[in-house]
Design a protein around this ligand. Structure first.
Ligand code: GLA
Length: 350
């Protein structure tokens, strides 16, 4: 195990972005940036022994600062959407900045991924990222002390642990927004990847991608990934939910979620044999099929085209603050939000 640091680039205000690369005995690497606590790359060996970078994103600081659509981002303090950009805590209504069409608040207005975090190397295989957010930024309550710890193990597991505590009662829901392409970032679309989601229910949305409040069965819909199928099999089916979101972009309710690590998803690219298994302690997982990628230049200046990466964002359900029946992510002052998500990689043969 080793951790190396290198200057990754410079932000437009002159601050330096540092890259931390953790490497294990297999030659698997996890590269992190202190800016945005981004996962910049994950390189694993495929079934032929060829190393592939399985994350779509950028190889320059300008990309992360100006061209990002949350590729590899730490999203927070509240990942995904808050309907109407508003919620109420103990009778006080908070009117947040609405960074999506002036209607909804998405990914905490990009706060966590536009912040220079303080990185700390822990031992030979972990890096902790720390950020103390100011109370009230973007209208969002709570001075939150956020710590995200990334660890790579010798069995090719990446663990992401979150520990966040606020000085004020508030909602907390951070996530990791890595876009995966298990064929390699430069291998085209992800429609032939096979996917299993261990969720028999999902949360349907309205035309603004805000949950209706229902936890609907996936059975007999294109949202049924309880039996493995290809991402592309039904992504363009004639279905109102898929029309609202332009393809999969929905929260799935993880079966049996109880706060312990549960298997939430498994994806495989047949060409490389690379398998990603996602475990989490959280109740939900956003399966987003990269529908909004639209040719912005990414790594190697290659355009990141529609559906060339997919995200499996572990989370409390979107818009939980406005849906009391959803599992709660409201934390008292001084009460710690903690969660863990694991990305485990291995290969399968034909
Ligand atoms: C999340 C959302 C998507 C989209 C992406 C970023 O996954 O659910 O609708 O906003 O982030 O483009």
């Amino acid at each position: 195990m080793s951790i190396t640091t290198a200057v990754f680039g410079t932000l437009s205000d002159g601050r330096t972005v540092t890259k931390y690369t953790i490497e294990n005995a297999n030659g698997t690497t996890l590269a992190l940036l202190d800016y945005g606590a981004y996962i910049q790359s994950i390189c694993v060996k495929d079934k032929h022994g060829i190393r592939r970078d399985v994350t779509v994103g950028f190889d320059d600081a300008d990309g992360f600062e100006h061209r990002t659509d949350y590729q590899g981002a730490a999203a927070g303090p509240y990942a995904n959407r808050i309907g109407g950009g508003m919620f109420t805590i103990d009778g006080v209504t908070y009117d947040l900045e609405k960074n999506e069409k002036g209607v909804t608040t998405l990914h905490g207005c990009g706060e966590y991924n536009k912040t220079l975090w303080t990185a700390q190397i822990l031992g030979d295989n972990s890096v902790a990222m720390r950020y103390l957010r100011p109370d009230g930024l973007h209208g969002y309550p709570g001075a939150i002390n956020a710590v995200i710890t990334y660890t790579l193990t010798d069995n090719d597991r990446i663990s992401i642990k979150y520990d966040c505590v606020s000085d004020k009662k508030t909602f907390m829901n951070p996530t990791d927004h890595t876009y995966f392409n298990l064929g390699g970032y430069d291998s085209g679309d992800i429609l032939s990847h096979s996917l299993t989601l261990y969720s028999s229910r999902y949360t349907p949305v309205d035309e603004n991608s805000i949950p209706t409040g229902a936890c609907a069965p996936v059975a007999d819909t294109p949202f049924d990934f309880t039996t493995t199928k290809k991402i592309g099999d039904e992504i363009d089916a004639d279905n109102e939910q898929l029309r609202f979101t332009g393809g999969y972009d929905h929260n799935f309710c993880i079966d049996g979620a109880d706060g312990s690590l549960k298997k939430a998803a498994e994806a495989i690219c047949a060409d490389t044999g690379i398998r990603l298994t996602v475990y989490t302690t959280l109740p939900g997982i956003q399966f987003y099929a990269g529908n909004f990628l639209c040719g912005v230049p990414g790594k190697g200046s290659l355009p990141m085209e529609k559906r060339t990466g997919f995200c499996l964002e572990t989370q409390y359900y979107p818009d939980t603050p406005n849906h009391p029946a959803f599992p709660s992510c409201l934390f008292n002052a001084g009460e710690h939000y903690t969660s863990e998500t694991v990305y485990a990689f291995d290969t399968v043969s034909d």
